[in-house]
Design a protein around this ligand. Structure first.
Ligand SMILES: *[C@@H]1O[C@H](CO)[C@@H](O)[C@H](O)[C@H]1NC(C)=O
Length: 434
C-alpha cells in the first residue's frame, strides 16, 4: 500500500513536471503498455514482420520432438558458395521441458578455426528480437547479398569460436509455443530455459563440453546475461547435471543497471551535440523521479518496475523528439526508411522454401522482433541486474563490458559508469588493471 501511494505521488510529480515543462509529458498512451511497447519497438527500429506473437501457432518441423529433447539437423544453407557443404553448421529445435509446449530454435556453427575453440552462446536483445539478426547482419558466419547469395563475414565470430545463436524468450524469431502460458516475464524464467537448453546441447555435443564456454550478447541481453551466467554458475556449484565450463561473459552496449544508465542519456546526448544545454536542463528534471522509481523497483519489483519504465523512458523519448530521424544505434547515420536498418533481405531469405526446409522450421512465421515478448518483459526492464555480477567475479568468472561509442540507446557513458561501479565493488579490477 505504502508503495502504491508513493508510486502515485511519483507519477503525480512527473505530471507536474510535465505541465511545467510543456513539451515533456508522459506519452498519451502511457497507461497502455501494449501501445507503448509497439511504439517503442517501432522506435527501436524493430522492424519488418514485427508481429503480435505466436500463440496457437503450429506446423513446424518440430511437432514430434519430445519434451526435453533436441531435434537438430546438419544444415547447408542455400546460397552458400560451391564447395563449402562440409561445414559443421546445424539448426535445431529444443522442446523446453518446464513449459506446456515451447520450442526454442537455434543455430550452431562450428568454428572455422579449430575444434578446441571456445563455445560461445550469443543472445540478441529486444527483448524479443531474433538472434538471426546477429547471424546475418552482425557477428555470424555470413551476410546475405542483394542477389540472395551468402557471403562470408570476415568478422564472423565463428572464425574463432563454436557459436550458438538462440531465439529466446519463447515467441522470438522461430521459437514458438501453442500455449500462451509459456510466455516468460522475468530473468528467472529466461535463464532456466537457457540453462535447460545448455544441458541438452552438451549431451548432444559431448566433444565440446570441455571447451571454454562464454555467454555473450547485446542490448537487452545486458539483462539476460548476468542472470544466465549466475544460473550456470549455481548449477555448477550444486553439481546439477553436466558441468558447464563457464569462463566468462561479455555484454555489448547492454542494459544492465538502469539507475546508472538512464541518467547517462542526457549527458551523452549533450556531449554528442544531439541536444542543446536548455533541453538538457529541462529533460534532466525527470532524472530524480526516475531514480526514485528505479529504487522502488529494485531487483524484483512488479508494478513499481512498470511505473519506473514509464517514468524513465520519458527521458529517452524526450531526447528522441529532438534527435528526430537519426539512427540511435549509430547517431552518425539517419534511419533508412521507417525501420532505420533494412532487414528485408533476411525476410526474403526466410521466406524461401528451400531455406525453410534446410533449417526445419516448417511454416512457422519468422518474427524478427516480437512486440508481445517485449511487452511480457516490461516489468523486468528496470530491474537492476548488476547486483549478481560481483559474486561471479569473486569466483573467477571474467566479464567484458564493451560499447560502441555512437550508440545512443545503450551508450558508452552508461557502460563506463557500470564498469566503474563494478570496479569499485571488486578488488578483482585492481588486479586486472595493474
Ligand atoms: C552475388 O553477389 C555477391 C556479392 O555482391 C557476389 O560476390 C556474387 O558473385 C554474386 N553471385 C551471383 C550468382 O551473381
Amino acid at each position: 500500500m505504502a508503495t502504491t501511494s508513493r508510486l502515485l505521488l511519483l507519477l503525480a510529480a512527473v505530471c507536474l513536471l510535465a505541465g511545467a515543462a510543456d513539451a515533456l509529458r508522459l506519452p498519451p498512451d502511457a497507461s497502455f503498455p501494449g501501445a507503448q511497447a509497439e511504439r517503442l519497438i517501432r522506435a527501436l527500429n524493430l522492424l519488418p514482420g514485427a508481429s503480435s506473437g505466436r500463440g496457437g501457432k503450429v506446423g513446424a518441423g518440430a511437432e514430434d520432438v519430445a519434451p526435453g529433447q533436441l531435434l537438430e539437423r546438419r544444415v547447408t544453407l542455400p546460397g552458400l558458395p560451391e564447395g563449402v557443404s562440409d561445414l559443421g553448421h546445424h539448426a535445431g529445435y529444443y522442446r523446453l521441458p518446464n513449459t506446456h509446449d515451447a520450442r526454442m530454435f537455434y543455430f550452431f556453427f562450428e568454428s572455422r578455426g579449430k575444434k578446441e575453440d571456445p563455445v560461445v552462446i550469443w543472445l540478441t536483445g529486444g527483448p524479443g528480437c531474433s538472434s538471426e539478426l546477429a547471424v546475418f547482419y552482425e557477428n555470424g558466419p555470413f551476410a546475405i547479398a542483394n542477389n540472395m547469395s551468402l557471403v562470408w563475414n570476415k568478422f564472423g565470430w565463428d572464425k574463432i569460436s563454436n557459436i550458438i545463436f538462440v531465439d529466446q524468450p519463447t515467441g522470438t524469431g522461430f521459437s514458438y509455443s501453442s500455449d500462451d502460458r509459456d510466455t516468460r516475464h522475468d530473468e528467472a524464467g529466461v535463464s532456466n530455459d537457457l540453462y535447460d537448453f545448455l544441458q541438452v546441447f552438451f549431451k548432444k555435443h559431448p566433444e565440446f563440453v570441455k571447451n571454454d564456454f562464454f555467454i555473450t550478447g547485446e542490448s537487452y541481453a545486458g539483462h539476460y546475461i548476468p542472470a544466465f551466467a549466475s544460473r550456470v554458475h549455481q548449477g555448477n556449484k550444486k553439481n546439477e547435471g553436466t558441468h558447464i565450463n563457464l569462463k566468462g561473459f561479455a555484454i555489448g552496449n547492454g542494459l544492465t543497471d538502469p539507475a546508472i544508465q538512464y541518467k547517462a542519456y542526457t549527458d551523452y546526448a549533450l556531449d554528442m551535440n544531439l541536444i542543446q544545454k536548455a533541453d538538457y536542463d529541462r529533460i534532466n528534471k525527470f532524472i530524480p523521479p526516475c531514480e526514485f522509481a528505479i529504487k522502488l523497483c529494485g531487483t524484483d519489483g512488479k508494478a513499481s518496475c512498470m511505473a519506473a519504465y514509464m517514468v524513465c523512458n520519458t527521458i529517452f523519448n524526450s531526447i528522441m523528439k529532438l534527435v528526430g530521424t537519426k539512427n540511435y544505434y549509430d547517431v552518425r547515420k539517419e534511419c533508412e526508411g521507417k525501420l532505420c536498418y533494412d532487414f528485408s533481405n533476411l525476410e526474403k531469405f526466410f521466406g524461401d522454401k528451400a531455406v525453410r526446409q534446410a533449417i526445419g522450421v516448417g511454416d512457422i512465421e519468422f518474427v524478427s522482433c516480437s512486440t508481445s515478448v517485449y511487452q511480457a518483459m516490461l516489468t523486468d526492464w528496470m530491474r537492476n541486474l548488476e547486483v549478481g555480477i560481483p559474486a561471479l567475479l569473486e569466483d573467477g568468472i571474467n566479464v567484458l563490458i564493451y560499447a560502441g561509442e555512437y550508440d545512443l540507446i545503450c551508450n558508452w557513458l552508461g557502460k563506463d559508469m557500470l564498469k566503474k561501479t563494478i570496479c569499485f565493488l571488486e578488488s578483482f579490477c585492481k588486479f586486472s588493471s595493474s
